[in-house]
Design a protein around this ligand. Structure first.
Ligand SMILES: *[C@@H]1O[C@H](CO)[C@@H](O)[C@H](O)[C@H]1NC(C)=O
Ligand SMILES: *[C@@H]1O[C@H](CO)[C@@H](O)[C@H](O)[C@H]1NC(C)=O
Ligand SMILES: *[C@@H]1O[C@H](CO)[C@@H](O)[C@H](O)[C@H]1NC(C)=O
Ligand SMILES: *[C@@H]1O[C@H](CO)[C@@H](O)[C@H](O)[C@H]1NC(C)=O
Ligand SMILES: *[C@@H]1O[C@H](CO)[C@@H](O)[C@H](O)[C@H]1NC(C)=O
Length: 550
């Protein structure tokens, strides 16, 4: 049987707790992740009433489609988790119960978009007749964050069989540091079933991440070309809109990454003429007008409609745009941005394919100029459909001054890029692979935590151009079996970096180990397969024992 050793994580906890005491911050009991902008608390205890209710007195938000109501029901689910709540309520002092929560929202609008007001105030009294918690928010999405924070203050007490709210009264003012807090999942390298994607979206809301990026093309598979693609395949097509709605109701934006011209070899399965040749599949054929018609077709919705309503078979048989029920791409992807990739373009196939190289010659271009031409033309198409564009940093590194001013440059190759991008007056998303690539399982949570997007950027104007960051779950080596424990808890470490004000972030990650370990347990408790904190990504637990008393 097991050896009688003290598990490493307990040692880490002891070290961390003593550090916290030594540092004089008495925040070791605060279990909120990510840490709010401001909080104060007391030391009393309240219990959730068994008929805990949602009220919306004085709220200007009508909740026509039930975003708040559903958020409240999810709140009750994750707080009670099917535990038996059967204390004898009539024996308990009624003044120790919290009767409900009153949520006041200023804006009647429920449009979810980049930069939506996510701030909220949460107050929980120590007593009342009866006692109600209060959330104030400008948008319903701020209110959902408030409910999330509230849920993390609640804990089921196995002895009293009540949901307990400790350290009341609470006063919390909160708002994110960056508006763009993203997680990329790669729906092209391995098939990810819709229930898995939905679960990832749910878990993102626990860490207040608000943008899910679906990588939609690669050499292996694509939305356009064959049935394995999760969101837009024939089989799943009728629920793809529902996925967009599912995310939106939880305050999560869906961003499509349509990576051209480099990672789109699979498009050739539907449209062979998009490729330079059968043996030379990437990048997409720059010399073929049809290439740009297809990109336009995707962004205008014309091609999407085929996928959504006609199925892929007709798509394969017929290389023309078939009249069909028109479903607007922008109705599925309402986000302001579309990601057009532009990374890792090796123009060798253009130069070595006769037809394409003749075209290059007649247009007086070499590979690098044709790459620039392709990216800029794709940008114009996206702009003409009302999108702003995100492009990977190679486009900036090679021809940054030519990019449209609405471009957001997506960093990945390493540190120091945001500094250059913002100095050039463009916006930037930080995802440096040495720190924020989740498929790098050797990168530990504390490295995720310490990756500061504003490193070496001191000018406030430039700082404002860093719209946030994204952790990337590339899919070559994950599938539905291990995606959750490869994402969590490391994505949560980045989520706090992106949410919490800089002066509230720990300078030494050991100071947050206990709180993150607790958040990881919370994820487990809510059914998310988050891995332990020690060691690399998706490590197995070391010893018997769990987060809770056994
Ligand atoms: C609950 O408490 C009340 C008051 O003490 C008592 O009369 C009642 O029998 C209790 N009910 C149960 C099910 O224990
Ligand atoms: C939260 O409270 C502060 C202080 O009273 C106030 O300035 C702020 O506008 C409030 N925020 C929201 C979202 O209501
Ligand atoms: C392809 O489309 C054309 C008209 O655009 C039509 O005449 C032809 O029958 C289609 N081919 C197949 C195999 O569906
Ligand atoms: C077009 O959409 C409507 C409503 O969604 C549906 O009833 C109809 O069958 C669709 N037509 C085709 C050709 O897919
Ligand atoms: C920030 O600046 C320092 C000093 O110039 C440099 O050593 C460091 O590499 C820079 N960090 C990044 C991420 O560029």
């Amino acid at each position: 049987m097991g050896k009688n050793l003290v598990p490493i994580y307990l040692l880490l906890l002891l070290i961390e707790v003593s550090l916290v005491f030594a540092g004089g911050h008495n925040i070791q009991q605060v279990n909120i992740w990510p840490m709010p902008k401001y909080f104060s608390n007391g030391n009393k205890v309240l219990y959730l009433s068994n008929d805990f209710e949602l009220r919306t007195d004085r709220s200007k938000y009508g909740d026509k489609i039930g975003i708040l109501k559903d958020g409240f029901l999810r709140f009750k689910d994750i707080v009670t988790l099917n535990h038996v709540i059967d204390a004898n309520f009539s024996r308990l002092d009624q003044s120790t119960f919290l009767k409900g929560i009153n949520v006041v929202i200023q804006s009647p609008n429920d449009e979810l978009q980049h930069g939506v007001d996510e701030s909220y105030n949460l107050t929980i009294p120590a007593s009342g007749k009866p006692a109600y918690a209060h959330i104030e928010a400008n948008s319903v999405y701020g209110a959902l964050h408030g409910l999330q924070t509230f849920s993390q203050l609640c804990a089921y007490n196995f002895k009293t069989r009540l949901v307990e709210l400790s350290m009341v009264p609470w006063t919390i003012f909160d708002q994110p540091r960056f508006p763009y807090r993203g997680l990329l999942i790669d729906t092209s390298r391995h098939y990810l079933p819709l229930p898995v994607i939905k679960k990832v979206i749910d878990s993102m809301t626990y860490a207040k991440l608000v943008t899910i990026v679906l990588l939609s093309s690669s050499i292996e598979c694509a939305a356009l070309a064959h049935c394995r693609f999760a969101v837009f395949s024939f089989r799943d097509s009728f629920i793809s809109k529902a996925l967009g709605r599912y995310a939106q109701r939880r305050g999560v934006n869906v961003l499509a990454e349509i990576d051209v011209p480099g990672h789109a070899g699979s498009w050739g399965k539907g449209y062979p003429s998009l490729l330079p040749s059968a043996g030379c599949r990437e990048p997409l054929d720059v010399s073929n007008e049809f290439t740009f018609q297809v990109i336009d077709g995707i962004l205008s919705g014309a091609l999407w409609s085929i996928i959504l309503h006609c199925g892929l078979r007709s798509f394969h048989i017929n290389n023309s745009i078939i009249a069909c029920n028109v479903t607007d791409f922008s109705k599925i992807f309402k986000y302001r941005f579309v990601h057009l990739g532009g990374d890792e373009v090796d123009t060798g196939c253009w130069e070595s394919t006769n037809r394409v190289s003749k075209w290059l010659h007649s247009h007086k271009m070499m590979g690098p100029q044709a790459y620039q031409y392709f990216v800029l033309r794709a940008q114009k198409i996206a702009l003409s459909h009302g999108y702003e564009i995100i492009n990977w940093e190679e486009t900036f590194n090679k021809f940054g001054d030519k990019l449209d001013r609405k471009t957001v440059v997506h960093n990945w190759l390493g540190g120091g890029v945001a500094e250059k991008v913002t100095a050039a007056g463009l916006r930037c998303i930080v995802s440096n692979q040495d720190k924020w690539y989740l498929d790098h399982v050797d990168t530990t949570w504390d490295e995720f935590y310490m990756n500061e997007p504003l490193t070496n950027i001191t000018n406030p104007k430039q700082q404002n151009l860093v719209i946030g960051g994204e952790v990337c779950m590339w899919g070559e080596h994950i599938d539905a079996s291990d995606i959750e424990q490869t994402i969590w808890p490391r994505a949560a470490a980045a989520a706090e970096r992106l949410w919490t004000p800089l002066d509230k972030l720990a300078r030494n990650p050991r100071h947050v180990t206990r709180r993150l370990a607790r958040f990881r347990c919370l994820l487990n408790q809510r059914g998310v397969a988050a891995a332990p904190l020690f060691g690399p990504g998706r490590i197995a637990p070391e010893e018997p024992g769990s987060c809770y008393g056994q």
